[in-house]
Design a protein around this ligand. Structure first.
Ligand code: PLP
Length: 295
């Protein structure tokens, strides 16, 4: 990723209302070191983040991303983010994405420096990686046991399942394991046999003409891209739904997609031994929609 711009944010209280928040932003050189060695985000992965897709400098679905940032902050006992301040930071940073084509805005809220008084926060702009191949040729997936049953998120909220924390080491390890097994990506399955999500994307299956996604109650992230796609599919008259999906659902589907803010819709070619035909026309129209300005 080519970093183009970075901004340190001095987080203000959630109820701090002012004309603008520019004086709480400090642009920094993205190629220079910037974090203290005491940063808990780097020492412990103790913080949260959001990755927002940007198309022709338009940041996509900012409201949904900021809502999820606030949800992750609540789960992690971080201070409530001031969403007006964060929205202004997104707008400021998105302006530094490529004028035409795809970019990425990343928001990070960390617990801060060890023994320090305040959380640290920053936002970056970068060019998006080229995802055209995954969008066209699709991905193969290997199912991997996530090791948690479906009731774990409510039984053990301290595991922070459902928060978008900076601790993605497990997710990255799952992708490496999937690759060792000859697949492109992983699909997490709960210990009691229910389909969850990929390490960096939501799952949508088409079953009997209905578009289904695993219910976010199972300790998965509620994907902003999946939410946006469901809105679109419903407007086009398609039926959508959230389901607690046993692994057997995979064999009943006739198509599937991984969905995320940067890769957008990658059609699924196979999950383990189950193969799908790629619906190239529908996939292209989904990605065309996902690349149009969305709020
Ligand atoms: N699930 C996980 C674990 C993710 O990391 C992501 C995105 O990074 C998603 C789902 C998809 O979320 P979104 O569509 O908001 O990018």
């Amino acid at each position: 990723m080519t970093w183009r711009f970075a901004l340190v944010i001095d987080p203000v209280a959630a109820d701090d209302e002012r004309g603008g928040y520019r004086d709480t932003f400090t642009p920094i050189d993205p190629s220079e070191p910037a974090l203290s060695v005491g940063e808990l985000s780097t020492q412990r992965g103790d913080g949260i983040f959001e990755s927002i897709g940007v198309v022709d400098r338009h940041p996509q679905e900012v409201g949904a991303h900021l809502e999820r940032l606030a949800h992750s902050a609540a789960l992690c006992d971080l201070p409530v983010p001031n969403l007006r301040q964060w929205r202004e930071a997104v707008d400021e940073v998105a302006l530094r994405c490529p004028p035409a084509g795809e970019g990425v805005v990343k928001l990070i809220l960390s617990r801060g420096v060890e023994h320090g008084p305040a959380p640290t926060a920053w936002a970056t702009a970068a060019e998006a990686p080229d995802n055209s191949r995954a969008r066209r040729d699709g991905v193969s997936l290997a199912t991997l046991d996530r090791g948690y049953a479906m009731d774990v998120p409510s039984r053990a909220p301290w595991l922070l399942l459902g928060a978008k924390t900076l601790s993605y080491a497990v997710n990255m390890a799952a992708i490496r394991e999937a690759r060792r097994r000859g697949a492109d990506d992983a699909l997490f399955v709960s210990a009691d046999g229910f389909v969850l999500e990929a390490p960096t994307a939501s799952l949508v299956l088409r079953v009997g003409g209905r578009f289904l996604t695993p219910a976010p109650t199972g300790g998965i992230l509620h994907g902003t891209t999946q939410l946006s796609l469901f809105e679109r599919l419903e407007a086009l008259g398609h039926e959508t739904g959230y389901e607690t999906m046993p692994v057997s659902r995979l064999a009943e589907a006739d198509a599937g997609w991984l969905l995320s803010s940067i890769r957008l819709a990658a059609p699924i070619r196979a999950v383990d031994a189950v193969t799908y035909d790629i619906d190239a026309e529908l996939t292209a129209s989904i990605n065309e929609y996902l690349l149009s300005p969305r709020d």
